[in-house]
Design a protein around this ligand. Structure first.
Ligand SMILES: NC(=O)c1ccc[n+]([C@@H]2O[C@H](COP(=O)([O-])OP(=O)(O)OC[C@H]3O[C@@H](n4cnc5c(N)ncnc54)[C@H](O)[C@@H]3O)[C@@H](O)[C@H]2O)c1
Length: 274
């Protein structure tokens, strides 16, 4: 259920949520509006998009996040309607519906990578330049499946571990532009994406998160300083940044530790802006 709100004032921060038409995204649209944001609800499902936009006092935008042009169009729409963008929640996602057994179904493979990986990279690319004007924040809905082996859904796990890897890898470069990025990694949540697995999970009385609980955790991540983190969330425990095991350090032939400084592109300067 989304919360009902009137449109916040014209100076309020602007948040865009992909996959905002249902489940976690819809709940988050309500919470962001309640926290004083003007909300752009983006989804491939036009009816759900319109309903959520109406209930949270936001504006709807129909887009397929797997298409780079449509990612730019959703950001352009936010700017056209509200004149700024402060928060981008890249949340749209699909399950692979691909059983773990091979052979790979190529269409399903392309679809799940298109939405869950392309949608994320294109979304960052489209939103980051505008977010950079306002010290903006990006939140990516990844999954617990990206942190541990999700043996029931390897293709989905592939996309979500890629999402976490990308968030961690791109954080330093975005930070130079004043933009933060974090991933939220929820466990099983009671939404349509679970499909038939949802019935099995419920039958085992395995505790599911509610979309509201995930949306509340998302707000916590969005309002906590820091970048490049993957926050876990499972039923019965508070959300917290995942503690990755440090990588083994490379050793020089003499046994000392080799030092490597990453080559980050320089932050854009004022004179770069046309
Ligand atoms: N439900 C869970 O158990 C769970 C757990 C961890 C992570 N997640 C992630 O949370 C996110 C939200 O999923 P949910 O659980 O709310 O499921 P959901 O199916 O209720 O919502 C997903 C939304 O994404 C939209 N969408 C799908 N393809 C799209 C596209 N190409 N372009 C734009 N919108 C598109 C759908 O129309 C839908 O509104 C997903 O990224 C999912 O992988 C879900």
């Amino acid at each position: 259920m989304t919360e009902t709100h009137s449109q916040p004032a014209g100076t309020a921060p602007v948040a865009l949520v992909t996959g905002g038409g249902n489940g976690i995204g819809a709940a988050l649209c309500g919470k962001l509006a309640a926290a004083g944001h003007r909300v752009v609800v983006v989804d491939i499902d036009p009816e759900a998009t319109a309903m959520v936009a109406e209930s949270c006092g936001g504006i709807p935008f129909e887009a397929d996040v797997a298409d780079p042009k449509q990612n730019h169009a959703m950001v352009a729409h936010a700017l056209e309607r509200f004149g700024r963008l402060d928060v981008a929640v890249l949340n749209a996602g699909v399950s692979s519906d691909q059983p773990p057994d091979l052979p790979l179904d190529l269409d399903r493979y392309r679809r799940v990578l298109g939405v869950n990986i392309d949608g994320l990279a294109f979304g960052i690319d489209a939103a980051a330049p505008e977010l950079a004007h306002h010290g903006g924040r990006i939140l990516v809905t990844a999954s617990l499946a990206g942190l541990g082996p999700d043996q029931a859904n390897p293709l989905y796990a592939l996309t979500k571990s890629a999402a976490i890897g990308y968030v961690r890898a791109i954080a330093a470069s975005l930070e130079q532009r004043g933009v933060s990025i974090n991933a939220l990694c929820p466990g099983f949540t009671d939404t349509a994406i679970l499909g038939i697995a949802g019935r099995l999970i419920r039958k085992q009385r395995f505790p599911l998160l509610t979309p509201d609980e995930v949306a509340a955790a998302a707000l916590t991540v969005l309002t906590t300083p820091g970048t490049g983190e993957a926050w876990t969330l499972v039923a019965g425990r508070p959300t917290q940044p995942f503690a990755f095991t440090p990588l083994p350090t490379t050793l020089m032939p003499d046994g000392t530790e080799a030092r490597f400084r990453p080559f980050l592109s320089r932050a854009p300067k004022k004179e770069d802006t046309p």
